[in-house]
Design a protein around this ligand. Structure first.
Ligand code: ME8
Length: 643
């Protein structure tokens, strides 16, 4: 929790190319940054949240020409769609930077001038391949050998599209000079990149040898003019990456104090497609400028539709505006941040989104709040004062809450926001169970005092949950807190307070609107009308099937199949088994990990795609395709048999 030591938090998103409207992928990065920013504000930190748009380069110039517009007019037309989408999703950024902002342009030019003087930028000649969609020079070692042999023009190793050969005078950044310094930095800062697997890729890339980086072009004109040489414009990444410092005042003398306060960034959020630019080029630019390096890069995977990355160019992009209109802003925020695995690629599916809204939000959380308030008010309890003493069950709930809060904060600090919210849901389940066990609807007939105590404990637990979920669902959680009679307190470190305070609050309950309505699942057109049944079997037939509970400890995808997951399932004393399951369309790995399920344990092993499956996982099947995970009501010992 290193960031808690300082009172400021500076977070950035990638700046998005403005050749199309924002889609779910750009929303995802921006949401992660927003949740981090809101979380840190609740720690009473001063927060600067920078996002914006990347507006120069060949790709934008080509898109503008195709649309019959001047580049500036073209890029201007996309600013409102971005700002409107972010406003709709309650993205609370501090500044929206555009790389066409005059102060950014001046600061990038001053940066180049300084590095020309120091010798870190020099003029030479570039001959090689360029990928316009990625706006990147493709170095020889990146080009797959087959691609070199098969065609005169190689394909881009990142996006697989045809590159173009360029041979022109160019300015270079002395990237090679920083190879050792970069490797030392990674060694000294092993947590620089979350997740650590990406760090290994970056180190391998740098170890394989760095070439100097071309940072200017002579054959395009839509870019920042290169200072002192009118034939050149700045290559997009030398322009774009610097937004992270110019956005907080770098190179602007009247903003020197501001810059020194905010820099270095505490968290930079980005997708795995641009990790090399951020983990290699960007630190080297900063080293050359004698500036501190960012504290952490949070590198997330891709949102996929089926097998493909969601992208503007593929035409499979989901529109965040339409999604919010159908499902609600906070519901979409919840689903993306909680259910997409930050560390891996995750499929986006409507059934999964609907299922999460119905089960996690409407059932687990919304219903809990609603049931508790309805019951209290029905029994004339609206002002809930803290009890003189907590019952043993409430003490457990209290202690669990503190423990959950510590684990939640650890995951938030290290960037694993999906895991942090999985932990919050553990607590929501615990509160539901507490309510179920305490049976306040029966208790009220025996002891009013006991009833009041139970309601107070549930209110305190929901209050903690409300603040943990506030960064994720700001509107809904403000409503939740209001129904508990609490107004938002934003001028203190609320998490420190929640951690240290006893349950001593007085709540004033009011019945508000239902927080989350259930979604009527979209009807499957092909759904069979008649109810099918199978012939009856005898009890002896049934006794042949051995069903056991196991915990899923690992989920791997199979390259060759778009349906199968390879699960590692722990059956306790019965060992760990590999089980293949064709459920990729219904669940993300994150949804399955650490969950208990029911398995046919004595099914004869069979081979699928060359791998042995040693059992079968059971699901409830709604309609043609919708699978619902079946778990024991509460955790049981792995290997427990069903009877
Ligand atoms: O690369 N899943 O801009 P860009 C998850 N201008 N995230 C996705 C995504 C997907 N399917 N598609 C896009 C650029 N993203 C440069 C960045 S930064 C100095 C310059 C997100 O518009 C993800 O964060 O292509 C990815 O890195 C970013 O959008 C790329 O946006």
């Amino acid at each position: 929790m290193d960031n808690l030591a300082t009172k400021k938090f500076y977070v950035t998103t990638p700046i998005y190319y403005v050749n199309a409207r924002p889609h779910l992928g750009s929303l995802y990065s921006t949401l992660l940054a927003d949740v981090a920013a809101r979380y840190q504000r609740l720690h009473n930190k001063k927060v600067f949240f920078l996002t914006g748009t990347d507006e120069h380069g060949q790709k934008i110039a080509q898109s503008a020409a195709a649309a019959g517009k001047e580049p500036k007019e073209f890029v201007d037309s996309f600013i409102a769609p971005f700002k409107d989408a972010w406003a709709l999703y309650n993205i609370e950024y501090t500044r929206f930077i555009r790389t066409t902002d005059p102060e950014h342009i001046a600061a990038v030019q001053a940066w180049i001038e300084r590095l020309l003087v120091s010798g870190d930028i020099y003029k030479s000649h570039y001959a090689g391949f360029y990928c316009t969609p990625c706006e990147t020079f493709v170095t020889e070692k990146d080009i797959p050998q087959e691609s070199l042999q098969e065609a005169a023009i190689p394909l881009c190793p990142t996006c697989g599209r045809v590159t173009e050969y360029v041979s022109e005078e160019s300015y270079f950044f002395k990237l090679s000079k920083y190879q050792e310094q970069l490797l030392d930095f990674y060694k000294d800062n092993p947590h620089f990149i979350t997740p650590p697997e990406r760090m290994a890729e970056v180190i391998a890339f740098v170890q394989s040898g760095l070439k100097d980086l071309s940072i200017s072009r002579t054959t395009i004109s839509w870019g920042i003019p290169f200072p002192g040489d009118k034939h050149h414009v700045t290559y997009v990444w030398a322009d774009a990456l610097n937004n992270y410092i110019t956005g907080v005042g770098y190179g602007q003398p009247h903003k020197e104090k501001e810059f020194n306060f905010w820099w270095p960034a505490d968290l930079q959020v980005l997708g795995k497609d641009i990790v090399r630019f951020h983990a290699v080029f960007w630190p080297a630019f900063l080293m050359a400028s004698h500036l501190a390096l960012p504290k952490k890069l949070l590198v997330h995977g891709w949102i996929k539709i089926g097998e493909h990355k969601m992208s503007k160019s593929r035409g499979n992009a989901v529109d965040p505006i339409e999604l919010a209109a159908t499902y609600g802003v906070d519901q979409v925020r919840y689903y993306l941040v909680r259910h997409l695995a930050i560390t891996q690629d995750s499929p986006f599916t409507y059934p999964e989104l609907e299922q999460r809204i119905n089960s996690d939000l409407a059932h687990d959380l919304g219903n809990l709040l609603n049931r508790m308030i309805t019951l209290a008010l029905k029994n004339n309890l609206s002002r809930v004062v803290p009890p003189a003493e907590l019952s043993p069950e409430s003490v457990v709930l209290y202690e669990t809450g503190k423990n959950i809060l510590v684990r939640f904060m650890q995951e938030m600090e290290s960037g694993y926001m999906n895991r942090a919210y999985a932990i919050v849901w553990e607590y929501i389940q615990a509160v539901n169970k507490y309510f179920h066990v305490r049976e306040p609807w029966k208790r009220v007939k025996i002891s009013q005092q006991d009833f009041d105590e139970t309601i107070s404990a549930a209110c305190h637990a929901l209050y903690t949950i409300g603040y943990m979920c506030l960064p994720l669902m700001p509107t809904k959680m403000e409503q939740l807190l209001q129904q508990l009679g609490m107004s938002l307190e934003l001028d203190k470190d609320i998490y420190a307070e929640l951690l240290s305070e006893p349950w001593n609050k007085t709540f004033v309950l009011t019945q508000g609107e239902i927080l989350f309505n259930k979604i009527e699942p979209q009807k499957e057109e092909t759904m069979a009308e008649e109810v099918k049944t199978t012939p009856t079997i005898t009890i002896d037939d049934f006794a042949k099937i051995e069903l056991r509970v196991g915990t899923i400890e690992d989920v791997q995808t199979l390259e060759k199949s778009d349906k199968l997951y390879v699960l590692k399932v722990n059956f306790g004393a019965f060992g760990t088994r590999q089980i293949l399951s064709g459920i990729r369309k219904s669940f993300t790995p994150d949804h399955l990990l650490a969950r208990q399920g029911i398995f046919v344990f004595n099914l004869a092993p069979r081979k699928m795609m060359g791998l042995e499956s040693q059992g079968m996982m059971l699901f409830a099947k709604e309609g043609q395709e919708r699978l619902i995970l079946i778990s024991p009501e509460h955790k049981v010992e792995n290997g427990t048999q069903l009877s």
